[in-house]
Design a protein around this ligand. Sequence first.
Ligand SMILES: [Zn+2]
Length: 254
Amino acid sequence: MPVRELARLTWQEVGEVERELGVAVLPVGALEAHGPHLPLATDVIIAEAMARAGADRLALRGMEVLLLPALVYTAAPFAADFPGTLSLDPTAVTMTITAVAESLARHDFDLLAIANAHLDPTHLGALSSGVEQARQTGRVRVVFPDVTQRPWATRLTEEFKSGACHAGRYETSIVMAARPELVREAVQRQLPPNARSLSTAIAAGQKSFVEAGGPRAYFGYPAEATADEGRNTISVLGAILEEAVMIELARSAG
Ligand SMILES: [Zn+2]
């Protein structure tokens, strides 16, 4: 089955999509400062790469995959003071997720998979609430593999697991693989490491990248990034999305 992009279809074409084996995939990112070397849409690029890789895998299993345009407006309080970061009230995110799920269900797409790449705790909380509320309607199954949690986090790179996972080697590698023309390579190659862990900072109650020890909005080892690592990570992210959908299908069939 081919992966279909919702935004490119006509309403009649959507009407003909087989619902029985259907899954809608929603990439979720942010417009947020990502160091001096990556674009504000970095998490959108990563979410879209994860969504596409997962969609391709699900299509190979014979599923009808409807790829949705990314959700890019969200809460990003850790980066809110950096120029260009757009940070919304988290309730807007919760309501959007629930409303998108319900609107899909109205058209008989009752399985939604979320490919999320934005890891701000406020955003993750809002997303989880939206998923929970959508599930409570009973009309839609929502799959949301949170890559910051087990079992998914253990599949990702060492830098990611260290918590120094913002605009470092992990994210820079993915952008190098997906959108190399958007990486400011001359800057990236010169960036000194910043080993501070955002997970530790969050646990300590810190509320911004500056407080967490990232005055230039990056953590980790961006100079070590490679497109090869990025391609590998995209493949792992796609496999995570695929597996989460398969688990949900097995659960709802059983
Ligand atoms: Zn990011």
